[in-house]
Every structure is written in structure tokens, then in C-alpha cells.
Design a protein around this ligand. Structure first.
Ligand code: 5GP
Length: 185
């Protein structure tokens, strides 16, 4: 049904134009910080796909790209805390300057797991860029080095972020209507 996807959005937080402007800025800042070093972008799929596609094109330096997949057990809108690897990297990161690219940090458990896993592989350095940061949900003392936008405690969708694998293709970031995932009150 045409338009149905947008009908599930309570409120738009960031428009496509705001996202493009912020990601371009972030890409330039990161590229400047990595001048003289070649970053290896380890992207956490699937939520970070639109972000990495835009971010890497905003970085006018030599870089390389790999993908890693993780899943946290459980469905719904809260993280269960148990994380497992669903797709490993193609290439070794030993001695490389790794930049982890994440869609959103909520509790921080996913990122903590990924960082623990990557640090065992002896990279030269590891930094983190996240498109969205939800500091109110944090259960661990973990922070990203670069943050696109800080958001309040709400379940958001779009620009890669899903609910039950849907809404990743929304060109904006919005808050999902509560009755979509919680049912009528
Ligand atoms: P954490 O482990 O930091 O609690 O959660 C990280 C993962 O949970 C993200 O990579 C994302 O898949 C999911 N997540 C956390 N908050 C949200 C949210 O507001 N919206 C969506 N769509 N996913 C979220």
C-alpha cells in the first residue's frame, strides 16, 4: 500500500538534507584526522550501509573497507545484551588503523563486543564513528570517537535502521510509532 511505511513514523528527527550535511562534515573531519594514515573502515552491517556509503564518499583520502556482521539475541526494540558474530571480516586487520562504523550506540553492548573481538587481532589503532548516539541507554562506559547526531531515548528507524528488518530504506531518521511495535495501548 503506497505511503504505508511513512504512516508508521511518529516524527521526523533528521531530514535527508540534514543527514547529508552532517555526514559530509563528519567525513571531512575524519579524513583530516587520518591524514598520512590509511584508515580501514570496518562497517557493522546491515544498519550502517547508507551511512558508510555516504561517509566514505565524503572522505577524500585513500582508505579500505570491510564488513562485519553481529546480531544480538532477541527481537523487539530492546537489546538483550547477548551478541554473536554473524559475518566475519574478509581481511586481516593486523597493523591497520581500524575505524569501526556503527549505525547507533544504545546500551553499548554491541560495540563493546565488536571492540573486544577486533582488539584481539592486533590492529595498529581502533577508533569508532557512530551515526547516532543514544547516551541515555548506556550500560557500559563506552563512547564513540565521532558522533553524527545525539538523540533522545526513542526507538528510531530509517537511513539503515530497521524494526524487524523494515524501514531501512527511509531516506530520513524518524521515531517509530509506538503502536507499531507495542500494539494498541
Ligand atoms: P546496543 O548494543 O548499543 O544497545 O545497540 C546497538 C544496536 O541495537 C544497533 O546496532 C541497532 O541495531 C540496535 N538499536 C539500538 N537502538 C536502536 C534504535 O533506536 N532503532 C533501531 N532501529 N535500532 C536500534
Amino acid at each position: 500500500m503506497a505511503g504505508a511505511m511513512h504512516d508508521d513514523v511518529e516524527e521526523i528527527l533528521f531530514t535527508p538534507e540534514q543527514i547529508q550535511a552532517r555526514v559530509a562534515e563528519l567525513g571531512q573531519q575524519i579524513a583530516a584526522d587520518y591524514a598520512g594514515r590509511e584508515p580501514h573502515l570496518v562497517t557493522i552491517v546491515k544498519g550502517s550501509i547508507p551511512f558508510i556509503a555516504d561517509l566514505m564518499r565524503a572522505m577524500d583520502i585513500t582508505l579500505s573497507l570491510d564488513l562485519i556482521g553481529v546480531a544480538s539475541y532477541g527481537a523487539g526494540t530492546t537489546s538483550s545484551g547477548e551478541v554473536r558474530l554473524t559475518k566475519d571480516l574478509d581481511d586481516s586487520i593486523e597493523g591497520r588503523h581500524v575505524l569501526v562504523v556503527e549505525d547507533i550506540i544504545d546500551t553499548g553492548l554491541t560495540l563493546a563486543y565488536v571492540l573486544r573481538n577486533l582488539r584481539q587481532r592486533a590492529p595498529a589503532s581502533v577508533r569508532v564513528v557512530t551515526f547516532l548516539d543514544k547516551p541515555s541507554g548506556r550500560g557500559t562506559a563506552i563512547e564513540a570517537d565521532y558522533v553524527g547526531f545525539t538523540i533522545p531515548d526513542a526507538f528510531v528507524i530509517g537511513y539503515g535502521l530497521d524494526w524487524n528488518q523494515r524501514y531501512r530504506n527511509l531516506p530520513y531518521v524518524g521515531i517509530l510509532k509506538r503502536d507499531v511495535y507495542a500494539g494498541p495501548l
